[in-house]
Ligand binder design. Structure first.
Ligand code: NAP
Length: 509
């Protein structure tokens, strides 16, 4: 160990160790930026934001596929304290989200504290020095009093393990690594996957290619998207009278809450709402697709909400096009110039588009090795016991770690409701630290256990356990069949608890 400032050294009662940073934040997406803004609000300004990509924005920097847009209305899918009156549409296109992220970074002075192309390989709590040592690929380790991970939920692209896929001789593009220079015009393309990404991508691809075959394993529930251009007069109104946009946000958030809380989390008490959502989606499909056989194939056989539903007006009609084919036979293998299904049919293609999503449970919880007190390895502990995190942010034996993308952390449908609740949790926790003059916090085993018990009990009312989810193949479920991603409380409760959790849930030193 090196002994100058910024480097860990042996603790000594006479010489407290000063870390290089108050905090290291990992991830320069909306979660990491929210945490950074919160730290600044609390007067903790000596932090660095490490980002593996070459620019900020997280999902909205990485994803650039055609058709990319939010599928949560922009008035809600943004920080409540930094409204953007100038969204061009009710559901803004992806490029606007990227610009909004840049605007936030510049407005809050975050950019200067970001380090791009910086891959964090691991972090270890130094029990003697009371600091985190963060290993960075190709660089010196960094030391920090606090570690805040904001590595996203959907940030590790999943490549399908289909036999022969490596032998494909044509162009392969994953939706999360779009090749802007590749011209789809006249191509014979295949899309694998029919999740929320594919729902946005397929209509755009279909317009360009000669032939498109969509390989669907599990259909997705799709409801209408009430999207339209926001005229300049309304944008001016939002800018001049911010209350009007706040009201629009409130109305939209209430609608999302109805879908998520009443339809999904309170399934036991409100099956009727869930059935209503299913009926709406079925009617949407009936209105939009002519061929009854195609309609049948596009109809999910699992309950609404078991996997994330989406909103679209142009996905279903794409299957009416003569150049678009829906294939539901399982893929047996990929050959250099074709996809072969289990029934032996061969479809020749030159372009393979993978809308196959992300690996959450194997690769993302956590996104890099984190070793806490007494050598507890977070990934191993989660897998050997249960996926768990107090209030979705902290774990016993991981002092001074705020883990924003944790089990039971995601509350509501818009990620921003989660981010802002977590910011409120940080405000209360760090406020108490300051009041006590403490430098270390750690959630107690008892608080963590009680939270996990409460989440488990509440989930018993949800569609995940009472509905028919067997065939949904939903990333809401982990490898043990537990729906451990979403927090089964209303966003109102999540927010309230973040501002009022018992301070005794933590030990301070
Ligand atoms: P996803 O929902 O995980 O969908 C992946 C798709 O690929 C599924 O249809 C899956 O089928 C299929 N697939 C994966 N591996 C396969 C294989 N080996 N063979 C055949 N099919 C395979 O991923 P996503 O569509 O990228 O969406 C992820 C999430 O991103 C969404 O749920 C949403 O939260 C978010 N998103 C948000 C927006 C937005 O506007 N806010 C837009 C796009 C995405 P199975 O279902 O059978 O596994």
């Amino acid at each position: 160990m090196v002994r100058d400032k910024g480097k860990p050294r042996e603790a000594n009662a006479m010489t407290p160790v000063t870390p290089r940073y108050d905090a290291v934040i990992v991830g320069a997406g909306f979660g990491g930026m929210g945490a950074a803004i919160q730290l600044d609000r609390m007067g903790i300004g000596n932090y660095v934001i490490l980002e593996r990509e070459d620019d900020l924005g997280g999902t909205w920097h990485v994803n650039r596929y055609p058709g990319l847009a939010v599928d949560i209305a922009s008035v809600t899918y943004s920080y409540s304290f930094e409204p953007n009156p100038y969204w061009s549409r009710v559901f803004a296109p992806g490029a606007e989200l990227k610009r909004y992220a840049e605007h936030v970074a510049d407005s809050y002075g975050l950019r200067a504290r970001m380090r791009f192309d910086t891959v964090v390989e691991g972090a270890r709590w130094d029990e003697d020095a009371h600091l985190w040592i963060v290993r960075v690929r190709g660089g010196e380790p960094l030391t920090a009093r606090y570690l805040i991970t904001a590595t996203g939920f959907l940030s590790q692209p999943k490549m399908p393990d289909i036999p022969g896929i490596d032998t494909f001789a044509g162009k392969v593009i994953h939706s999360a690594a779009w090749d802007d220079d590749y011209d789809l015009t006249g191509k014979r393309a295949a899309v694998i996957g029919t999740g929320a990404t594919a729902v946005q991508l397929i209509p755009q691809v279909a317009k360009k290619v000669a032939e498109l075959t969509v390989y669907q394993r599990t259909p997705i529930w799709v409801t209408p998207k009430i999207d339209r251009r926001i005229p300049p007069s309304v944008q001016r109104l939002f800018a001049r009278v911010p209350l009007t946009q706040r009201l629009a946000r409130l109305a939209n958030t209430a609608l999302l809450e109805l879908i998520m809380v009443v339809g999904v989390l309170r399934y036991r008490q409100a099956r009727i709402t869930n059935r209503g959502a299913e009926r709406m989606a079925r009617a949407h499909l009936r209105r939009q697709v002519r061929d009854p056989e195609v309609r049948r194939k596009l109809t999910p056989d699992y309950s609404f909400g078991c996997k994330r539903p989406t909103f679209s007006n142009n996905y279903f009609p794409t299957f009416n096009r003569p150049n678009v084919h829906l294939e539901t036979a399982p893929i047996a293998r990929v050959e250099p110039d074709a996809i072969v299904t289990a029934d032996g049919r061969v479809t020749e293609i030159d372009t393979l588009l993978l809308a196959t999503g992300f690996n959450l449970w194997d690769a993302n919880f956590p996104a890099f090795e984190i070793i806490g007190r007494t050598g507890r390895d977070l990934g191993a502990w989660w897998r050997e016991t249960r996926f768990q995190a107090y209030a979705g942010v902290s774990m016993p034996r991981f002092p001074n770690l705020v883990s924003l993308n944790s089990p039971y952390s995601y509350s509501g449908l818009s990620y921003f409701t989660t981010i802002e609740a977590q910011m409120a949790h940080m405000a209360r926790l760090f406020g108490e630290m300051k009041r006590r003059g403490a430098t270390t916090f750690e959630v107690t085993e008892a608080a963590n256990d009680a939270f996990l018990d409460r989440m488990t009990t509440k989930l018993g009312d949800s569609v995940f356990y009472l509905g028919d989810c067997a065939s949904s193949r939903s990333y809401y479920f982990n490898q043990h069949g537990e729906a451990a991603l979403l927090r089964p409380t209303s966003t109102v409760d999540t927010r309230r608890e973040a501002g009022r959790f018992p301070l005794s849930a933590y030990e301070y030193a």
